[in-house]
Design a binder for this molecule. Sequence first.
Ligand code: FE2
Ligand code: FE2
Length: 378
Amino acid sequence: MNVQTQPASHTADATTVEEGLAIQQAQSKFDSKAATDLAMQNTLLTPRFYTTDFDELDAIDVSPVRADWDKLMEQMRNDPNKGHFRKTEDWDAVDWENMDPELKAEALDFLISSCTAEFSGCVLYKEMKRRGTNEDIKELFSYMSRDEARHAGFINDALREAGVAVNLGFLTREKKYTYFRPKFIYYATYLSEKIGYARYITIYRHLEANPEHRFHPIFKWFREWCNDEFSHGEAFALLMRTDPKITQSFANRLWIRFFLTAVYSTMWVRDHARPKFHEALGVDIDWYDMEVFRKTSTIARQVFPIELDIDNPRFRSGCERMNRAAIAMDAAKARGGVGGLLGRIAAGANAAFAFANLYTIPVKKNEVPENVRLEPAF
Ligand SMILES: [Fe+2]
Ligand SMILES: [Fe+2]
């Protein structure tokens, strides 16, 4: 089969990001407004789109990590997951019609926000690929954008069965882009790729042991899926290792601490907003989030010189406080008027206090290993 001349008809077979997106664009007549509106939201808790200084990123020289880099690129070039992200006979029918309405709402919210997050990576990586002149950088970002386009396409397949889909073309044009300097992109994307891996593999292992809780077939695809995210995280670990200042300087250690705190506490709040979804999975949210933090922290020792002390009792209580502030904020927004405004100010102050409390928990120091590369081991 000659894949170069035969255009793919499914995103799973697309070998470039452009091809993957063109297929999704052609399906966009099915897109639904409500899902796109949800994906368009820009709150602290919804996935954002990012832009950066692409020239600075393009100027990176990967020579200091060349051996590891070439090995990782070869693995990504071989494309072990080509064709994987499509429905097969393993895809069980989902009875969306008769699903408990609250569960359905939370499951759709989960799928839409996952799709937006996948697509956010896709858009950022594709832009770097397009603007790059550095062959190493262009190659990396072409593989990562290819993968994310498939991931988003597959979630869109699942959503379409429920009668909804996210209009990715519209999102690309209309969603607000947040600017981050390249080093912040490294911290944020590295963490989101590794957390993505930890989340997917934790759910996959849990459902492997408890298949009766697998209420949607997409979870069966999570093992190969999380391996893609793991590799993407490895690439960012290597990029950070090209220059010790990126992770080791005093100011950057504080930034890493900031990003860890923000990413962990946001995940806690976001997951706790989906009680029915986790109940259906048979997952205790507190346990699940702590487990994901633990795995992510273990992995991140490959590159970060500090880690959050998640076993400090202040960590749990800080996350819980943050969650209460988020719930109060939602209630205040719904109330509106002067009472709502006062409620929002109070909730905002509470959230800021909770964040400061989390941020000031003493961190654990970590000596980063000589050898940066890891394999997915969970
Ligand atoms: Fe992805
Ligand atoms: Fe990824």
